[in-house]
Design a protein around this ligand. Structure first.
Ligand code: ADP
Length: 577
């Protein structure tokens, strides 16, 4: 128990002091809980000895009221100190987790960890903050109460005290065996819950594909299997847990009966008086209630252990090399025509196999560099390394002469806008989706960006204009509309470098025209890195790099590459025909 408490407290950061203070209030609450019982005992004993008078009666009444009020006060203080701190601890922890996730390489999110992140955020953290933080001080209360009861037994009669102590020991043995079982199963239960979350997410995200390929039966079978597994594991947990829980109840019943039998025996032999016998019957059913309550609560805390393991596992995922503190010189300081981006002997691998091999090239400020080549050659990878979605394996990437690993992520991302083929819009208003890149923009600036991105007109046709809430992932908009809103986002952000994954590949002719215009607006006076799929759009690029098998195999402008008669020339003639 101490280990789990210690672990929980270690995770409470700056609220450690508050949580520890709550143990003191819990300690006093434990004492106050037993005071009315003790007073009752005195009351009965005075009555039986004929010593009760009005004054004593009044004092006893006042003392009972005072103890009940104090108990309520200590309970309240415990709650404020601990449960409230629990919520604050987890609010902080979620923010820290967000910051940590931001620094992880993209690979972490594509390697099946989304289910883990979801269940850490939605199950583990919620479980601990709602169920466990408030339990900590309660455990202290239980220990104190049980201690007081056992001491009282010794005060009454040493033999009774010893019997109570033995029964407490039996509780400890049975309780610990129960906790061990519960701990083992809670780890499995959490794992099953994680894979269930993953399956549900996968099903929900792929629902359109599932429907269109009529895979509802097949996919929902996998989902049903996961539900079955989760159900079976919960039943297994109950089957393994309930004998121990029953044993705990039996210990309680048998222990209480043994104490009663011993009292009756001692009373019969005249070794304890009437008063003690009455007092004992008063305490009897409260005698082991605290230790029983303690183990029932502890069972919850074992789940905490497994939850903390999973939270820590996400926190342990290796971040990209610590972001540097350097700032970049501003784009205007280096001037048009000088080198803005340089790839210097860059190699990279997602797993073991090298995807990029010794890639070197330079991009001049205000110029356009196009990456072309067969699919799977490494074009997108080259672009993602610039935004530090991953870090290079060897070599370096420089922006205005500074290795991007030495620059703070915030500063780097201020310099870069990215337009992807697959646009993601958040379930929020159109307005907020546009201002993501610059939350401090004025309404006029947002409207101006929307006009330049050719999306103002269709936004104004929505019933709530810019305040219209977009469905999750942009579900309520057409592909072209989503694309133009994402371009408005970049125009508003106005960063000097634009990475463009040729965005018109999957839209209709009307939208293509509007998107081309929006892109021309976005790219004015910018340094451009374009991943090109259709070669006619990059004819005027200052530099065209042909990427194949992770290497730059040809480079030059359109006419020099055409004269070369290599891969590029073949691609152009193929597309033309
Ligand atoms: P292109 O943009 O030229 O089509 P990519 O850069 O997307 O090429 O891919 C280059 C290679 O890297 C391909 O073999 C692809 O399968 C692999 N690859 C791309 N993304 C990942 C990833 N997240 N994890 C592992 N391999 C990847």
């Amino acid at each position: 128990m101490l280990k789990i408490m210690h672990r929980l407290i270690n995770n409470t950061g700056k609220y450690k002091g508050r949580i520890r203070a709550s143990y003191i209030t819990a300690f006093f609450k434990g004492i106050m809980m037993k005071v009315p019982l003790i007073l009752c005992f005195f009351c009965i004993s005075w009555f039986m000895q004929g010593q009760m008078d009005k004054k004593k009666c009044l004092y006893l009444g006042l003392a009972v009221i005072a103890s009940v009020l104090l108990e309520a006060l200590f309970e309240h203080l415990s709650n404020i100190l601990q449960s409230a701190a629990g919520y604050m601890v987890f609010a902080d922890m979620r923010l820290r987790l967000g910051d940590h996730l931001r620094k992880l390489p993209m690979g972490y999110f594509t390697e099946g960890n989304i289910g883990k992140i979801s269940s850490v955020l939605s199950t583990d953290m919620v479980f601990i903050e709602e169920n466990c933080m408030g339990v900590l001080s309660e455990l202290v209360t239980f220990i104190i109460s049980q201690g007081i009861m056992t001491v009282m037994m010794f005060v009454m009669d040493v033999r009774l005290g010893l019997l109570a102590l033995i029964i407490v020991m039996v509780f400890i043995v049975v309780g610990n065996l129960m906790l061990r079982t519960s701990e083992k199963h809670s780890i499995i239960k959490q794992e099953v819950s994680e894979s269930l979350t993953e399956e549900v997410l996968d099903f929900a995200e792929g629902i359109s594909i599932i429907k269109s390929y009529n895979m509802l039966g097949e996919k929902s079978k996998r989902l049903t299997d996961e539900f079955d597994k989760s159900c079976k594991e919960s039943i297994n947990f109950e089957i393994a847990y309930s004998p121990w829980s029953m044993a705990l109840y039996l210990t309680f019943g048998i222990g209480t009966s043994l104490v009663l039998a011993m009292c009756a025996y001692l009373y019969n032999t005249g070794e304890i008086s009437d008063i003690y016998m009455v007092g004992m019957s008063l305490f009897l059913f409260d005698m082991f209630a605290s230790i029983k309550g303690y183990y029932s609560q502890m069972a919850r805390l074992t789940v905490t252990n497994a939850s903390l393991d999973r939270i820590e596992e996400v926190f342990k995922a290796k971040e990209l090399k610590a972001e540097g503190k350097n700032e970049l010189v501003s784009a205007s300081e280096i001037g048009t025509g000088s080198v803005e981006i340089a790839y210097d002997n860059v190699s990279f691998a997602y797993t073991d196999k090298d995807v990029l091999k010794n890639v070197s090239f330079e991009v001049k400020q205000g110029g356009m560099t196009a990456l072309v080549g067969p699919s799977g050659g490494g074009k997108s990878t080259i672009a993602s390394l610039l935004a530090r979605f991953w870090d290079v394996k060897s070599g370096r990437i420089l922006v205005r002469g500074e290795d991007i690993r030495n620059v703070s992520l915030g500063c780097l991302m201020d310099q870069i806008s990215m337009v992807f083929q697959r646009v993601y819009l958040f379930q929020d208003t159109v307005y907020n989706n546009i201002t993501i890149g610059r939350p401090d923009a004025t309404k006029e600036e947002v409207e101006e960006a929307a006009k330049r991105a050719r999306c103002y007109d269709f936004i104004m046709q929505f019933p709530d204009g810019f305040d219209t809430v977009i469905g999750e992932g942009g579900a309520s908009l057409s592909g072209g509309e989503k694309q133009r809103i994402s371009i408005a986002r970049c125009i508003l952000k106005d960063s000097p470098i634009v990475i463009l994954d040729e965005a018109t590949a999957s839209v209709d002719a009307d939208n293509e025209w509007a998107i081309q215009e929006a892109i021309s607006e976005l790219c004015k006076d910018k340094t451009l890195l374009v991943i090109a799929h259709r070669l006619k759009t990059i004819k005027d690029a200052d530099q065209i790099l042909v990427v194949s098998n992770g290497e730059i195999v040809e480079s030059g402008d359109h006419s020099s590459l055409m004269n070369m008669g290599g891969i590029y020339a073949r691609m152009v003639s193929l597309q033309a025909s």
